[in-house]
Design a protein around this ligand. Structure first.
Ligand code: SF4
Length: 393
C-alpha cells in the first residue's frame, strides 16, 4: 500500500480502524460530551476553548508534522484555567515540538534494526512486537514513535503483511510472548482483533498476549466487551499494559473500562512516562502509583523519556529521574512501585536505570550497559541546560 493509498483508506475508515463510539450512559461525562468529535487541528482546539486563537497560527506547522487528536474524554479533563495543566501539556501541540535537538532520533528506541518485516519487531528471542496499525485515539506530544505514528503514516497493517508477520511467529517456537502495539491496538475493530487472536490460538508455543494501549483512559469506550472477548479468544494469558501518566486520567469512565478489562480475565499493568511538567514530582508519582495499585493495575514500567524529536521540553535528566524514583521507592511498597527503565537508543533494549546498568562517563554524561554488558553513551545534562529549561518552562 503506498502512503497516499493508505492515507485515503485511513480517511475512509478502511482497515477496520474505528473512531471512539459514544458513551453508554451513567458516566462522568455528559453523553453529548462523550459523543463529541475528536479534536484534530489547532482550529478545533481553539473552537473548544483549549487554545487561545492567537496561538493557532504558530501551531499549524506542528500539527502538519505531528498529528493532533484530543478525544472528548481528554478535552473534558483539561483545566482551561491552569496554564500548567498536566493533561493539556500531554496532548495540546506546542511550538517547541519543532525544535529538534542533535541527540534526538526519528526511531529513538531502535525498532528499525530489529524489524525483520513490516509490522514486526523481534529484539529479544522470546517476544515480538506486532504493530497492527499506526494510528491512536489521541496523540501524545512526547510519543516515542511520533515519526511513524499518526494520520497519513501508514494506517493499518495490510492483510498480506499481517499474514507474513503471523507466519514468522508461527515458525519460531522460541517466541513465548506477542505484544500488540502500534498505534493503539484497541482502535481496531473486534473483528480484526479476533482474526489475529484466532491465528495466535493455533500457535502452542505462544503463551502470552500483551496489549499496549492508551485507550482505557483516553477513549474508554474502546475497551469494549466485544474487543475484550476477541482478545481472550486467543486462549493465551492476556495482559494489558495501560499507558497512564497522571492520577487525574483515572476518571470514573476510565475506572469502568479498567473494571471491564479485569472482568474479562485480562491482567492489568501500567506503564508511565516520566515527563517534565506532568508527573516529575514525588507527590504526583505517589498518587498515581497508589491509584493504579488500588485499581488492581500493577505499575510495571516508569519510562525515562525517550530521545524523540521535538520533545526536549518533556525530558528530565537521569539525575532528576533517579532522585524522584528513590523518593517514590521510599514511600510505596513493591506492589505500587514500577521499574524505572531506559530504552537504550539504537535498539539495545530496556534496562533499569541503576548499577550495574548505569555509570557516570568521564565527560559528565552516562554509560548505560545493555543486557549483554556492552556500554552505550547517553547524554548528561549540564547545569546551564537545566537552568535554561527551567526558565523556558
Ligand atoms: S498512545 Fe502511545 S503510540 Fe499513541 S501517541 Fe501516545 S505514546 Fe504514541
Amino acid at each position: 500500500m503506498t502512503e497516499q493509498t493508505a492515507r485515503r483508506a485511513e480517511e475512509r475508515g478502511d482497515n477496520e480502524i474505528r473512531t471512539p463510539p459514544g458513551a453508554s450512559g451513567g458516566h462522568s461525562l455528559a453523553r453529548s460530551d462523550a459523543t463529541a468529535p475528536t479534536l484534530k487541528s489547532p482550529a478545533d482546539l481553539v473552537a473548544a476553548g483549549l487554545l487561545a486563537p492567537a496561538a493557532a497560527p504558530a501551531l499549524a506547522a506542528v500539527a502538519s508534522r505531528y498529528s493532533v487528536a484530543v478525544t472528548p474524554d481528554i478535552a473534558a479533563l483539561i483545566d482551561r484555567a491552569d496554564p500548567r495543566d498536566p493533561i493539556a501539556r500531554q496532548f495540546l501541540p506546542d511550538p517547541r515540538e519543532l525544535d529538534t535537538r542533535a541527540e534526538e532520533l526519528a526511531d529513538p528506541i531502535g525498532d528499525g534494526p530489529f524489524s525483520p518485516m513490516e509490522g514486526l519487531v523481534h529484539r529479544y528471542p522470546d517476544r515480538v512486537l506486532l504493530k497492527l496499525l499506526s494510528v491512536c485515539p489521541v496523540y501524545c506530544r512526547f510519543c516515542f514513535r511520533r515519526e511513524s505514528v499518526g494520520h497519513g503514516k501508514g494506517g493499518a497493517l495490510s492483510d498480506e503483511a499481517l499474514s507474513r508477520a503471523l507466519a514468522y511467529i508461527a515458525a519460531r517456537p522460541a517466541i513465548f510472548e506477542v505484544i500488540l502495539t502500534g498505534g493503539d491496538p484497541l482502535a481496531l475493530s473486534a473483528r480484526r482483533l479476533r482474526a489475529v487472536a484466532e491465528r495466535l490460538r493455533e500457535m502452542e508455543h505462544v503463551a502470552l498476549l500483551r496489549i499496549h494501549t492508551r485507550a482505557p483512559t483516553a477513549s474508554p469506550d474502546l475497551a469494549s466487551p466485544d474487543r475484550l472477548a476477541a482478545l481472550t479468544a486467543s486462549g493465551k494469558a492476556v495482559y494489558m499494559a495501560l499507558h497512564v501518566n497522571h492520577a487525574r486520567e483515572l476518571t470514573p469512565r476510565a475506572r469502568e473500562a479498567i473494571a471491564r478489562i479485569q472482568e474479562a480475565g485480562v491482567t492489568t499493568l501500567a506503564q508511565t512516562v516520566l515527563l517534565r511538567g506532568v508527573n516529575d514530582d514525588a507527590d504526583t508519582l505517589e498518587r498515581l502509583m497508589r491509584a493504579l495499585a488500588s485499581l488492581r493495575v500493577k505499575p510495571y514500567y516508569l519510562h525515562h523519556p525517550d530521545l524523540a524529536p521535538g520533545t526536549s521540553h518533556f525530558r528530565v535528566s537521569i539525575d532528576e529521574g533517579r532522585a524522584l524514583y528513590a523518593e517514590l521507592a521510599r514511600r510505596v511498597s513493591g506492589v505500587a512501585s514500577p521499574a524505572y527503565v531506559l530504552d537504550i537508543p539504537g535498539g539495545y533494549g530496556k534496562v533499569p536505570l541503576q548499577p550495574p546498568h548505569l555509570e557516570r562517563s568521564p565527560d559528565g554524561g552516562w554509560l548505560v550497559r545493555d543486557r549483554a554488558g556492552r556500554a552505550h553513551a547517553y547524554p548528561g545534562e549540564s547545569a546551564d541546560e537545566m537552568a535554561q529549561r527551567a526558565v523556558a518552562d
